[in-house]
Design a binder for this molecule. Sequence first.
Ligand code: MG
Length: 387
Amino acid sequence: MRSISILGSTGSIGCNTLKVVEHLGDIRVVAMAAGRNIKLFAEQVESFRPELVAVADEQAVEELRGLLTNASPEILHGEDGLIAVATHEKACTLVSATVGAVGFVPTLRAIEAGKRVALANKETLVMAGELMTKAATASGAEILPVDSEHNAIHQCLRGEKHAEVKRLILTASGGPFRTKSKIEIENATLEEALNHPNWKMGDKITIDSATLMNKGLEVIEAHWLFGFGADQIDVIVHPQSIVHSMVEMIDGSLIAQLGVTDMKHAIQYAITYPDRKPNVLDALDLTTLSRLDFEPPDLDKFPCLALAYRALRTGGTMPAVLNAANEVAVRSFLDNKIAFGDIATIVSDICDAHLVVPADSLSSVLNADAWARERAIIKVSESAAAA
Ligand code: MG
């Protein structure tokens, strides 16, 4: 029986991972961690009976203890707790599904320990792709993408030679504002921004999908996962989200992966790879699709995508700064402190002000991340004061 650990079990990917585990039937969850939703976490712990769990802080430890009646796992908290879950000696695979930078060090430790990492947390690769890919090469750890586009590309590249790939083509749904004007987008409300047309996801990624920063982060993620430069990674808008991504070969062949829009597919692929297993999803019925559309992204309406390409080309600590500034700006938008259009402005200003250094050590990455967060918080209060 295969054993796994999960970071972020109460989030969208975490809950879907547990459904996949239930379906597969031969996977044991030995360790799991969650953030704020202790009530749901307690239910998960009672059903899956992990040996070790971790929560955010001591208060959450007490809360969880109070809710558990049929399970008595070891309970840790804070970053040490996340690291203990991520590197649990019995787990061969870590599903890394926390949101944002909080999962970075624990995920890196799992890679250093040689675990397979089913990676849903793209922010960690954006921040520190160089460190993570070097650590994976050194330990032999595999990083299997759970992000649907990268999971699709992973499938398209099976058996292909790197030198015979012309470019990767990431598809983007275009989010809720694809057909809106620039002014409408800049002044969009929270409710409009959270209304994603195709995917049901957490708040942070849903806002990132509305700004297209999500696609920008995915371009950087693809660079680190597959080893292609910015000039070989393109984005194409595909509103139906049926083609999850494509690869163009040097002979002009396009290889695409199509499927229903349900993250359980990618999660199961990453856990069972290189094997495939039947899953619980409906098959994709092509005869019910009236059409598949494709169009180029509009970088003027969605400046975050251009900012991400620029950060990838600049390299060093710039992607970490882009990511941190974006996390703060998105949180502030979700808290109604800034306008939707301020997200791109804040990220752009902070990237402009950053003095890039190589991102070849944990301290340089964490310093850049902290610098950008501090600066973004100041920018948010300036924007809020001006509004
Ligand atoms: Mg994606």
